[in-house]
Design a protein around this ligand. Structure first.
Ligand code: HXC
Length: 275
């Protein structure tokens, strides 16, 4: 990863946030081994937070855990499938014990594949809803006692697919619409505990499994061309938004899902053609 922000190169010390932004905080990032989850985990660590990452696949975890270590923070990794509520309970307990509590929860674990609704099996639909929506619920639920103690923050990774009708993405659209509802409802229910619950909805993001699966070849160029900012998002774009929402700068922001897509979904009309 070149840097934590767009245009930032290795060794570049210009940063929008102070390096001590999250010093003393403990963060849990599901799906933290790869893609956007990894980028957020590294950004949290680069700003002082101790970080635990989880993934279904232990192979995805160790390289990122080592990168977190190199940033000089306490870094833990646990293999757990967010679909398994009991495994999530055990994982969250281990994280809280290992890090001395939990202040920040990032729900990044997600699944996706391209499949039209008429070809989608009940199990295919269920697999994505189980990972994205039920997994997010399982993690929030297990983390609640710890977040009550820390008056902490939850950040749920969503998408913009369900704002319009996105073909071949029924399963993900349904799951992420549910995630957005969960974000708003938990913000209302858990706000009185001092817990803020927000989301981020990235658009197509470079170097992620999502773009590899959804935007092969020419589709990717087209997405770049049609984005008002004439590029796809980067992991660093999303990580910067996560840092903001997890920090005290967002102390009064609760229940929002912040779109980080350069205006892509707003521009995806089908009436007047390409700009
Ligand atoms: C149709 C498919 C399919 C495909 C799987 N299935 N892939 N159906 N087309 N390409 C069906 C299977 O046939 C099966 O149903 C059911 O889904 C479960 O499949 P499994 O392979 O057994 O599931 P599992 O091993 O648990 O894998 C879960 C997964 C997989 C979601 C299917 O893709 C995965 O693990 N993904 C994790 C990584 C990932 O997707 N990252 C990208 C996230 S991107 P049957 O009926 O046959 O039993 C993202 C952002 C989106 O979330 C926004 C982008 C802009």
């Amino acid at each position: 990863m070149a840097g934590y922000y767009p245009g930032m190169q290795d060794g570049d010390n210009r940063r929008p946030f102070t390096p001590g932004l999250l010093r003393g905080r403990a963060a849990l990032v599901t799906g933290g081994g790869t893609g956007i989850g990894r980028g957020i985990a590294l950004a949290l660590a680069a700003h002082g937070a101790a970080v635990a990452i989880t993934s279904r696949s232990a192979d995805h975890l160790e390289p990122t855990r080592r990168e977190l270590d190199l940033l000089g923070v306490r870094a833990l990794a646990f293999a757990a499938d967010v679909r398994d509520a009991a495994a999530v309970e055990a994982m969250v307990a281990s994280v809280a014990e290992g890090l001395g509590g939990i202040d920040i929860v990032i729900n990044g674990a997600a699944g996706n594949f391209v499949c039209r609704a008429e070809d989608l099996s009940p199990n295919g639909f269920g697999a994505v809803v189980d990972i994205d929506l039920k997994g997010t619920f399982h993690v929030c639920r297990a983390a609640l006692p710890h977040l009550k103690r820390s008056r902490g923050v939850i950040l749920n990774l969503s998408a913009t697919l369900h704002y319009l009708g996105t073909a071949a993405q029924l399963h993900v659209s349904a799951a992420k619409a549910g995630v957005d509802a969960l974000t708003r409802t938990l913000a209302v229910e858990w706000g009185p505990y001092g817990i803020r619950v927000n989301g981020i909805a990235p658009g197509p993001t470079e170097d992620t499994e999502g773009v590899r699966r959804l935007l092969a070849g020419e589709k990717r160029e087209r997405a770049r061309r049609l984005n008002p900012l004439r590029r796809l998002g980067t992991v660093e774009d999303v990580a910067a938004a996560a840092l903001f929402l997890c920090s005290e700068a967002a102390a009064f922001i609760n229940g929002v899902t912040l779109v980080v897509d350069g205006g892509q979904w707003l521009a995806s009309h089908r009436v007047s053609g390409e700009p």
